[in-house]
Ligand binder design. Sequence first.
Ligand code: ZN
Length: 250
Amino acid sequence: MVVRISTAKQSGDLIQSPIMSKALVIFSGGQDSTTCLYWAKQRFDDVFALTFDYGQRHRIELESAEKIAAVAGVRQEVLDLGPIFKGLSPLTDLLRDVEQYDDVGALPSGLADTFVPGRNILFLTIAANRAYVLGCESLIIGVAQQDYGGYPDCRQDFIDKMQSAMASGLESDLKILTPLMNMTKSDTVSLGQSLPGCMEALALSTTCYNGAPPCGACNSCLLRAKGFAQAGVADPLLVRLSKVAAEVRS
Ligand SMILES: [Zn+2]
């Protein structure tokens, strides 16, 4: 528990009171939000995970999120958003295929077709409500400006504007924290290595847009593989899956 010392403005008296620091993490069960969850556990007394079921094709991501929240010892809320994003991206439209590529160098520049318009706007808006209700002073989202398929709702400019909107709309000091904002995927892997329990949790995470086992050829799989390769670290998910496969064969 963190003990904070605050100064009462009117009396000038020094008041010492224990305050539980609380944070809410928008938690998908993927690599970035898992790293953010463990980053938050290092910094806050009480961490909550908020997971959205938005009809994503990679349903196993939701199972990963539940498993990781359990091993992390974090309370999790799963909110069903129904078909609100239906048809806007291959991630939410099962009739459209997720693009596959030969290697990371073949990834196109610009906005990826997996962009779900309005997703982070809605996620942050709903998460602001949950954070407010739970008494959290911080809201954490694992967006990053680099290595992402040009998603505009992963950029600092967007977060700054949402922060401003929340301050006006909630009249609250709720802060949006983006620990991965300026990190490469490789940096994120290194950060995960420094956080106790994080690599074990990453062995349970889901990144692939096609679900499990990872296809190894979608935008998300290729960027994850590039990050682990550049960091010189074996992906614990692939290590776990290869062990499972070896056990099945024996
Ligand atoms: Zn994939």
